[in-house]
Design a protein around this ligand. Structure first.
Ligand code: UAG
Ligand code: ATP
Length: 486
């Protein structure tokens, strides 16, 4: 792109040196320089990108975007007030505002983002659309999965993903929108058409400080729908969560509500939670419909309602949506049953917040015939205030295995000590090493028991210190169950 044109994306700047004619590549990582690269220095939590500016120039970057004057050999320096802020503006311009050409669906909330995004993506594919998805599980472009560092990636990666979806002729892109992503400006330049809110419960208070701040962060997605009512956009809100009423105030666009317990436009009743799937009656302005799906748990009824409301708001017929819903598979690692012929039932789940733990245990309560064994861990060096509440919620299970999730630099004993203060009964054990904990849970199980392995979901690694070690709850559980029962 012509660099003068690119620079027109930002109003106030100071240039030291001659502007290169073309910018062919844009990056925030000095290890990823190509010919005619623009390198944007980002002040990170770990290092300062400005320290890598000379390295980027040595590797061929011709334009360095920085927050302070710097003497850099062989490159021009563009000084701006805030590099993180201009990153989104440059990236959106460089990739020619790709989100305008797709139907963009953003999902935010403490729990359920991956589930709703996965359900929507699968429904869209069943409905014959070309669809892209980005979130915790990665970037899924028309069925092909690419890894990604964050639930909501930095502003440059975000624009790059949307541009790839546009170039592949996708009609839709569904994005999980984290509160970190909203606060840190990772969604700058993303024009959403549909914004969905799942719920707001205790998590990430190490970052947001209070629930109010956390709630305001989530609400940004809805205020960012803008004020242009000639542009058809919609907010999809959970009537069962009181925060929805605050969020509704942040947008002038039409609001569609969904719910189980409170009155909503898309309402589920007569819910039947089974081992093999779920049925319920959907009531909405089009009438009453019987719904059947393979997804498990009441929380997935709520997630499915959100997806149904979003597609209806976009113009799809209820009958078509429900036909597709009956066909889609559960989202990976979210109450995913391990398919193995043994006399116990085992589920892999991603619950790592108090509310999600409560919902995960409730999901199997209706069909339990014997004990529920619940294994749960929590991450090191992050929100510690949620730990005792997580254990308290886990206490609803008959036997609890307290362990770690990604311990990072924190000692097992420190994590376990916080967790166990919340237990309300004595039927539990603390085992810091997650592999040993999974083995223990299976060894404890008797015929008819249900085990839920919570907290790692789809993940195939564990972060201990700064290292990612291979780890799969599912593989360990299968191996152990085969040894014990066959
Ligand atoms: C705390 C945090 O948000 N960290 C994010 C941040 O990393 P960082 O600040 O440590 O980056 P850094 O290593 O200091 O690097 C700063 C700059 O120097 C550059 N650099 C660095 C080294 C080098 O040799 N050359 C170079 O140019 C880097 O490319 C970068 O531009 O920038 C990275 C790139 O964008 C992110 O991947 C990373 O997210 C980490 C993995 C993370 O765990 N983030 C969490 C807190 C997070 O954002 N979570 C949310 C919510 C998830 C949920 O709801 O559960 C999410 O959306 O993922
Ligand atoms: N609507 C919901 N309400 C409450 N709990 C839910 C809901 N949907 C899913 N859960 C529970 O939360 C866990 C995480 O679900 P999911 O991955 O969809 O949420 P998420 O918002 O993407 O989480 P994260 O941001 O941590 O990736 C699930 O494994 C399940 O136990």
């Amino acid at each position: 792109m012509n660099s003068k044109e690119l620079l027109s994306a930002i109003p106030y700047k100071q240039l030291e040196g001659a502007l290169p004619e073309q910018i062919q590549h844009m990056t925030i990582d000095s290890r990823d320089i190509q010919a005619d690269s623009m390198f944007i220095c980002i002040v990170g939590y770990t290092v300062d990108g400005h320290d890598f500016a000379q390295q980027a120039a040595n590797r061929g970057a011709t334009l360095i975007v920085a927050e302070k004057p710097m003497a850099i050999d062989n490159a021009t320096v563009l000084i701006v007030d805030d590099t993180t802020r201009v990153l989104g503006q440059f990236a959106a311009k460089f990739y020619e505002y790709p989100s305008k050409l797709l139907h963009m669906i953003g999902i935010t909330g403490t729990n359920g983002k991956t589930s709703v995004a996965g359900i929507l993506h699968s429904l869209l594919m069943e409905l014959g659309e070309k669809s892209a998805l980005s979130g915790t599980i990665g970037f899924n472009l028309n069925g092909e999965l690419h890894p990604s560092a964050n639930t909501t990636n930095d502003a440059l990666t975000t624009q790059q993903m949307i541009a790839r979806a546009r170039d592949e002729d996708c009609s839709h892109m569904t994005m999980e929108v984290s509160s970190h992503g909203l606060i840190l400006g990772r969604l700058a330049g993303v024009e959403f058409d549909t914004a969905i809110f799942t719920n707001l419960t205790h998590d990430h208070l190490d970052f947001h400080g209070t629930m109010e701040e956390y709630g305001h962060a989530k609400a940004l997605l809805f205020s960012q729908l803008g004020q242009d009512l000639a542009n058809q956009k919609q907010a999809i809100l959970n009537a069962d969560d009181p925060w929805s009423y605050e969020i509704a105030k942040t947008t002038s666009h039409p609001v569609y509500t969904y719910g189980i317990h409170n009155k909503a436009q898309f309402q589920a009743k007569n819910i039947n939670l089974m081992h093999t799937g779920t049925t319920f009656t959907l009531t909405c302005v089009e009438g009453e419909f019987s719904v059947s799906m393979t997804l498990l748990g009441e929380f997935n009824v709520s997630n499915a309602l959100a997806a149904i409301a979003a597609l209806y708001a976009e113009g799809y017929k209820i009958e078509e949506i429900l036909k597709a819903l009956a066909l889609i598979a559960p989202v990976e690692g979210r109450m995913e049953q391990i398919e193995i012929d043994v006399p116990i039932s085992m589920f892999i789940d991603y619950a790592h917040t108090p509310d999600a733990i409560e919902k995960a245990i409730n999901a199997v309560a209706d069909f339990k015939t014997n004990r529920i064994i619940f294994l749960v861990g929590t991450g090191g060096n992050r929100d510690k205030t949620k730990r005792p509440i997580m254990a308290e919620k886990a206490s609803v299970a008959d036997y609890v295995v307290l362990t770690t999730d990604d311990p990072r630099d924190e000692a097992y004993d420190s994590i376990l000590a916080d967790l166990q203060t919340g237990m309300t009964h004595e039927n539990f054990v603390c085992i810091g090493d997650r592999k040993e904990a999974v083995i223990h849970a299976v060894q404890q199980a008797q015929a008819g028991d249900i085990i839920i392995f919570a907290g790692k979901g789809h993940e195939d690694f564990q972060i201990i210190g700064n290292t990612k070690y291979p780890h799969s709850d599912k593989e360990i559980a299968i191996q152990e169950a085969m040894k014990k029962f066959r």
